[in-house]
Design a protein around this ligand. Structure first.
Ligand SMILES: C[S@@+](CC[C@H](N)C(=O)[O-])C[C@H]1O[C@@H](n2cnc3c(N)ncnc32)[C@H](O)[C@@H]1O
Length: 280
């Protein structure tokens, strides 16, 4: 892990891989875990299809406990997460001709205490759990998506936002707010207007680059290491590479990891051998 422009990709369950990573190595974690009950990534061991939301939050909290160990004391997490509605105990979501990724063969039941049609509040449940586990919740950013997909419901406003939480490990941490500068010199505040990506190759929930850029710039310096324990096709790694940051990405789905290898151009020399040594 000495090479400044290194990029390591690990096809594994996040928790298992994290347990093998060294203490206090990363300056920042930028990630978007699978949302609860929204997508089926089709891999055994995936997070997001737990029977109940409480178990989902516990599973993610476990992952973030390991994240805390590998994060430097002055490090931060940028955590993107969206909400979901109670499924009404429907067991599947029918195929949507226009938005194929919305269909689901499995759907979790309504969580205890949640009625049909209730908004579950998943992001805040997770945020409060992490806060309880001693993370400092420093900001809730609304990611406003001007091109959000329309929904079919007619009895509530269609959703066009998600959350991006900023957590720190300690009360004082590295933060360069110049990294939040817009082109006109003004600073990004707590509502970020960023268009969502359209379907991206093999993956249907990728980060827009302009969401990741300010996170990297404000939370890391050149040659620092960034971690994404749910890296999908490696969007964070791609930008780390451009900005001269090292990167470690983990994803359970091997196909996404293969795609990430292609996306992260300068690190086609992805250091598989080095990775073996590093993980042994
Ligand atoms: C919302 S997507 C992340 C997309 C990513 N930000 C990008 O730009 O490509 C969540 C990812 O978590 C992965 N995943 C699900 N369960 C996992 C687990 N237990 N360990 C590691 N990755 C997992 C899925 O395969 C999926 O790619």
């Amino acid at each position: 892990m000495k090479n400044c422009n290194s990029c390591f990709l690990i096809a594994s369950d996040a928790l298992k891989a994290l347990r093998k990573l060294p203490d206090k190595y990363f300056s920042a974690v930028i990630t978007s875990p699978p949302y609860w009950g929204i997508r089926d990534y089709g891999v055994k061991g995936q997070i997001g299809l737990e029977d109940n939301v409480h178990q989902y939050v516990l599973n993610l909290a476990k992952v973030f406990r390991e994240v805390k160990r590998v994060l430097k004391d002055n490090g931060t997490i940028w955590l993107n997460i969206g909400d979901s509605y109670a499924s009404g105990n429907r067991k599947y979501r029918a195929n949507d001709k226009k938005y194929g990724a919305r269909s689901m063969s499995i759907r979790p039941k309504n969580p205890k205490g949640i009625k049909n049609k209730d908004l579950i509040g998943v992001p805040w449940r997770l945020a409060f759990k992490l806060q309880q586990e001693s993370w400092y919740l420093r900001s809730d950013i609304i990611w406003y998506k001007p091109n959000a997909m329309p929904e079919s419901v007619k009895d509530r406003p269609h959703r066009n936002h998600e959350y991006l939480f900023l957590f720190s490990k300690k009360e004082c941490y590295y933060f360069n707010n110049e990294g939040l500068k817009n082109c006109d010199g003004s600073k990004m505040r707590s509502v970020w207007k960023i268009a969502r990506n359209s379907y991206n190759g093999n993956h249907f929930a990728t980060f827009p680059e302009s969401l990741v850029l300010p996170c990297i710039k404000s939370s890391t310096k050149k040659y620092d290491y960034v971690l994404d324990p749910f890296c999908g096709v490696g969007t964070v790694g791609k930008i780390c590479n451009k900005l001269n940051r090292g990167f470690v990405g983990i994803d359970l789905n091997k196909e996404y990891i293969n795609e990430a290898q292609k996306v992260i151009v300068t690190s086609t020399e992805i250091l598989m051998n080095e990775l073996k040594t590093f993980l042994s």
